[in-house]
Unconditional design. Structure first.
Length: 336
């Protein structure tokens, strides 16, 4: 009797499919590990700081209530970039601006200071990551002091309109800023290049990844002399990745929507597709909480699971503008 070879063929095909799936999983795992390693070393956790004695408005004295306020602190994420031997931090515009100062100036001076350089936090510093080696953690950080300088033209940063919510800080504009960038590299942070930025259009359902330092991954505090708190952050943080999809590419807008989990602290962080930067986190979607009559409660919101991100195509024009400004400032300094 002739024996059928069909069961053997079916079994062989099954084992080949299992083997191919294992190879595919291993390849995907290796690619995922490379992505995590690369982008974890390219994102910086930033803390913006304003001391309570820095008056919201020089035209009036600090109130008793304001004198009791603790140190004003805001945290976010930035992308470390190198281009033509110069280093930069890309982040969200609102990360640089002190929202309370803007509201207070509008209240007392009756003018909108949303583009006022004096409304920018004066000190921005790096928060130590728990991923840093023991040797790297021993390297002292320095802050980017006096960001909110009187002359925007002479400043080391540039920002977009409030709606677009992008800002770039030049780290090679003066000695202190260069030291800040040097320390980041000594600690093991590695800047991306322009080749890591993808400005092509997105599609519905594209798989994307976000990495940053959300406040929910706060890692604790370290002991620092109180006299040094104006210059060094005592926070320790943990980087966190979330994975999702493009929910709406918003072809005709400067932003897109995703179903990524976005939390306070993620602002300014990268959104990555196939290893390339495709967006900068702006905010988590939210709506006002209303009473039964449809009136909004003051400062009461609820979040819905969509994150807004600024498309990476808008980074390049802003970077070119900053480069031109840096070159003009360097020329002015050399002529003095």
């Amino acid at each position: 009797m002739q024996r059928s070879i069909l069961p053997f063929c079916v079994l062989s095909t099954f084992y080949l499919l299992v083997f191919a799936n294992q190879i595919s999983c291993q390849t995907n795992s290796k690619n995922s590990n490379k992505l995590v390693t690369k982008w974890k070393s390219a994102v910086i956790n930033l803390e913006a700081r304003k001391n309570k004695w820095e008056n919201l408005d020089s035209q009036r004295t600090m109130s008793f209530q304001e004198s009791l306020m603790p140190l004003k602190r805001a945290t976010g994420t930035a992308v470390f970039l190198r281009h033509d031997k110069h280093r930069y931090l890309i982040t969200a515009r609102h990360m640089l601006f002190d929202a309370d100062a803007i509201l207070q100036k509008k209240k007392y001076n009756q003018y909108d200071s949303i583009n006022d350089p004096f409304s920018i936090y004066l000190n921005i510093m790096q928060i130590q990551s728990s991923e840093e080696t023991e040797e790297a953690a021993k390297i002292p950080n320095i802050g980017l002091g006096l960001l909110g300088v009187p002359s925007y033209r002479e400043s080391n940063y540039i920002y977009s309109t409030p709606d677009m919510d992008l800002a770039i800080i030049s780290l090679d504009g003066n000695t202190r800023y260069s030291m800040f960038a040097d320390i980041l590299e000594k600690k093991g942070y590695k800047p991306i290049s322009l080749t890591d930025i993808d400005t092509t259009s997105l599609n519905y359902g594209d798989q994307i990844v976000c990495v940053g330092y959300p406040s929910v991954s706060f890692g604790g505090e370290k002991t620092i002399d109180s006299t040094m708190l104006s210059y060094y952050s005592n926070y320790v943080s943990n980087p966190a990745f979330t994975f999702g999809h493009v929910a709406n590419p918003s072809i005709h807008n400067y932003f897109f929507l995703s179903d990524l989990t976005i939390s306070p602290g993620n602002s300014g962080g990268p959104i990555i597709k196939e290893g390339k930067l495709v967006g900068i986190v702006s905010l988590q979607g939210n709506l006002n909480v209303q009473d039964k009559n449809g009136n909004n409660y003051m400062d009461a919101f609820y979040r819905f699971p969509y994150g807004f991100a600024i498309k990476s195509a808008h980074i390049i024009p802003l970077l070119n503008e900053l480069i031109a400004k840096d070159e003009a400032n360097e020329k002015t300094k050399s002529e003095k």
